[in-house]
Structures are given as structure tokens and as C-alpha cells.
Design a binder for this molecule. Structure first.
Ligand code: MN
Length: 479
């Protein structure tokens, strides 16, 4: 038991200890408050100085160099020296180029300004138009004038091929088919990959430029606008969103099309003798950026939904093309109609291509990929110079090498990678596929084609899929 006096001593001790503790707490709080005030004052008065940070970073990397050099490892020292040499060489190149560019740019902008203000500037004409129905007069001469006034913009690519503008697009709303948007994204990536490898520009459109020119007619106002927006483009390459590039190396043989203004895939006999509405395909074509094309589009669009002749033409087209399945006037039938009925006027400038898959029907193609891959693998095994690693910018050079080897083995159209695989009737976005196909066949076919094309791109990055429709990749073992 604790007696009264002992209790007093204990409690007096406790009070003393408590006072001491309170005293410590008070000063600790005062110090914390002072530190906080000082930090706030520093932040508010100085702000964050990025230049100071950069200098600090530079200083610290210089310090690092010194610290590493202290180890005295000759390999490390020479590596540092090499890095410094390389970076100073790059800086030297950049500053040389900058000096050159500054001088050139000055005179360039002066001549461009002069052109903008001159009477040659057709963009300033009051009758200049982006829309179908009013052809730009003397467009061919005007394009040439523009190219002369802008000598730094070339109408041909690095490889000396005529410059192409790729035009494609899809609807402005989300797809009804749940996998539609995913497929459209992959279809876009496919075209973008090709454009990057070949140095082409692409314009992807998601809007109707003419409210009444809907569905397959929507491309006509778009091509018309793109022609004048891109006087540097020699050709417009229209690709439906459901058309995939399945040979990432192939390039159009433009030398064949020198005398043509429109290139389509099809068969002359099926157009002029059979009069079939499937004689050509209007989902993929090349159209030359010229006055002829503007006039042709004007004539073509007279059968479109914005025209009073749209309805009567539904019947006229079916009369001329007896196998036609559609009940309204469509762009493909209208194109064939013009080739037949106004042959003298137009057909001479329309090239019907069928020596390669300028566009191929997907059902003929999607089953051939494994065999084609075997042929290409065998070809590479035989030719060591095709088995090398290379930079993406050299892909076109390797394309030419591979093409020479394909000619050696006499590879026919079905042994070569098909240039464009077109999923006609699949309608990946709406999902309203043609009832003659199973939906899975469409989606599987698209996935296989996208993978087949993507593997050709991945190869440049050193990887390959285990098989089509697989998401597992492995590094490629080059020799
Ligand atoms: Mn199509």
C-alpha cells in the first residue's frame, strides 16, 4: 500500500516531468512552424526556375563525368570521350544546317509571299471552289504554276515516284458492331504503317463534305476538295476503310499509268462485253490530280443522291447492267455506265489493272497467307542478303531485292503477297455484313490480313508473331 506522503512525492515528480515535456513540445512546434514559414517564403519568392534546374542537371552530369573518370578505367574514359565527340558532331551538323536553312528560308518565304499576293494565286480567285460541280478552270496549268512557285515542295517522292495522297475515312459516330471501332483502328494503323514506310501523306476523313452525298458517294466531294488542297499530289489513292494493304513493300507500277487518269481493278471483258456491275471495283482507285478528273467527277456525281437524276438512274443503271443487285444508284455502277455509254469520252484514260491485286476480293485471298509466307521464307533462306536486319528507311531497297527474287521463281499472283485485300460486303463498322457470309469469316479474315501485314512491319523491328491471329511475338533470329 502507498501512504499519503509517498503519494505526494510521486505526484510532485509526475507534475515536474509533465511540465518539462510540455516545454519540449512547445519549442518543437515553434521550430516546425518556423521551418514551414521559411519554406513557404522560399517557394513564393523564387518560383520554380527551369533554367536553374537545367544548369544544375548539366553541372551534375559534368560532376558525374569527373567522378567516373576518377576510376581511371580507360574504357570508361574513352566511352565518355566518344560520346562527347558524337554529340559535338551532331551539334555541328545541326548548326550548319540551321545556317543554310535560315538563308534559304528567307528567300523561300519571300517568293512564297510574292506568289500569295500575285495574280497567279488561284486560291484568291472568286470562282475558285473545293466542291464538285464547279471545275477549276485550267487546273493543270494552275497546278504547274503552284509547283513552280513552291520549288521546295516536290510532286514526287524520295524514290522518284509520283507523289500520292492517300484518302480514306469512316463514319463520324461510334460503330454499331462492338468490335467495329477496334477493327477500324487497326485498319487505320495498317494504312499509316504503309504511308510511313513509303513516305506518303494520308488524310483520314470522318465527315460528309456534302450532306446528301452519303455512303459510297461520300468519297467524290472529298477527292475533289483534296485535289485543290494538295496541288503537290500527282495522284489521289482512294482506299475504302475496309481495304487493307497486305504487301507493305509493294509500290504501284506508275510507269504503266503514264497515259491514264484513273486506275481501277477489274476486267475489260466483264465491263464491255458482260456489262457486269462487278466488272470493276470502285472501293480502291487511283485518280490523277488533273482537270480531266475534276470533269469526270462532275459527270459521275450527276448520278449521285444530290442530283435530281439520282432516282431515274436507279432504273437506267439496272437496265444497262443486268446483274446489278442494288435498288438505288451506286458509284460503282455509275462508273461502269460511263465507261460503256461514254466510252470515247472517258474510257481511253481509264486503266483497268488486273496483273496484281490492285485490290483483291478477301475470300480469294485470306486462305493463301500461310502458303505465301512459306514461299517468302524459302526465298529468304536461299538469298542471305534478304535475311539481313535493316532500318525502316531502307525497307524500299529490300522490297526491290525481294521483288527480283520473286521474278526469279516466277511467283504468280497467288504466290505473292496481295497488295490490297478488300473486305467487300463485310461492313466491319455497322456489322450489317452481306448475308452470304458468316460474320466470323469476315472478322477472322480481317484479323488474319491485319496480322499478315503487321508481321511484315514487325520484322523491321526484329519481331514476329508465332502465327496469324496470335498476339504472342518472339525476336527473329537473323543469321
Ligand atoms: Mn469497301
Amino acid at each position: 500500500m502507498v501512504n499519503a506522503s509517498q503519494f505526494e512525492i510521486v505526484s510532485a515528480n509526475m507534475v515536474q516531468k509533465r511540465k518539462f515535456f510540455d516545454f519540449l513540445m512547445f519549442w518543437a512546434l515553434v521550430i516546425v512552424a518556423l521551418v514551414l514559414c521559411w519554406s513557404l517564403w522560399r517557394i513564393c519568392s523564387s518560383g520554380i526556375s527551369y533554367s536553374a534546374l537545367t544548369i544544375e542537371a548539366r553541372d551534375s552530369s559534368a560532376q558525374w563525368d569527373l567522378r567516373i573518370q576518377k576510376f581511371g578505367d580507360p574504357n570508361v574514359t574513352s566511352a565518355i570521350q566518344q560520346n562527347q565527340n558524337v554529340s559535338s558532331a551532331i551539334q555541328q551538323n545541326q548548326s550548319n544546317e540551321r545556317e543554310m536553312n535560315d538563308k534559304e528560308e528567307e528567300s523561300l518565304y519571300r517568293s512564297m509571299d510574292q506568289w500569295e499576293e500575285s495574280s497567279d494565286n488561284f486560291y484568291a480567285d472568286s470562282d475558285f471552289s473545293y466542291t464538285v460541280g464547279s471545275t477549276v478552270k485550267n487546273w493543270d496549268t494552275k497546278r504547274q504554276q503552284w509547283l513552280r512557285a513552291h520549288p521546295h515542295i516536290k510532286n514526287y517522292t524520295e524514290g522518284g515516284k509520283p507523289r500520292i495522297l492517300v484518302l480514306t475515312g469512316s463514319q463520324p459516330y461510334p460503330c454499331k458492331n462492338p468490335i467495329g471501332d477496334h477493327l477500324l483502328l487497326r485498319c487505320f494503323k495498317n494504312k499509316q504503317d504503309y504511308c510511313r514506310i513509303h513516305g506518303l501523306d494520308m488524310f483520314y476523313n470522318t465527315l460528309l463534305l456534302h450532306q446528301r452525298m452519303i455512303t459510297f458517294w461520300a468519297k467524290i466531294p472529298l477527292i475533289r476538295a483534296a485535289m485543290v488542297a494538295h496541288p503537290e499530289a500527282e495522284w489521289i489513292w482512294w482506299l475504302d476503310s475496309d481495304a487493307l494493304i497486305t504487301d507493305m513493300e509493294f509500290e504501284h507500277p506508275f510507269e504503266r499509268y503514264n497515259d491514264s487518269n484513273l486506275v481501277v481493278y477489274g476486267w475489260e471483258q466483264n465491263v464491255f462485253e458482260k456489262r457486269s456491275w462487278l466488272g470493276i471495283n470502285a472501293g480502291v482507285f487511283l485518280m490523277r490530280n488533273c482537270e480531266w478528273s475534276m470533269k469526270f467527277m462532275e459527270r459521275w456525281s450527276v448520278m449521285g443522291p444530290q442530283s435530281p437524276l439520282y432516282e431515274p438512274f436507279a432504273k437506267i443503271l439496272s437496265d444497262v447492267l443486268p446483274d446489278r443487285a442494288l435498288t438505288e444508284s451506286d458509284d460503282q455502277s455509275a462508273l461502269i455506265y460511263l465507261m460503256i455509254k461514254e466510252k470515247k469520252k472517258w474510257a481511253g484514260k481509264i486503266y483497268i489493272e488486273n496483273e496484281y491485286f490492285f485490290q483483291g476480293y478477301w475470300l480469294d485471298i485470306v486462305g493463301t497467307f500461310e502458303n505465301i509466307t512459306k514461299i517468302y521464307d524459302a526465298m529468304e533462306a536461299k538469298h542471305p542478303d534478304l535475311r539481313r536486319r535493316y532500318a525502316e528507311k531502307s525497307a524500299r531497297l529490300y522490297a526491290r531485292k525481294r521483288d527480283r527474287s520473286l521474278k526469279e521463281i516466277w511467283a504468280g499472283i497467288l504466290q505473292r503477297r496481295p497488295f490490297v485485300t478488300h473486305f467487300t460486303g463485310c461492313q466491319p463498322c455497322s456489322g450489317n455484313h452481306n448475308p452470304i457470309y458468316k460474320a466470323e469469316d469476315c472478322w477472322n479474315g480481317m484479323a488474319r490480313s491485319l496480322d499478315f501485314a503487321d508481321d511484315q512491319v514487325l520484322r523491321i523491328y526484329g519481331f514476329r508473331r508465332h502465327q496469324l491471329q496470335s498476339v504472342v511475338v518472339s525476336p527473329i533470329h537473323f543469321n
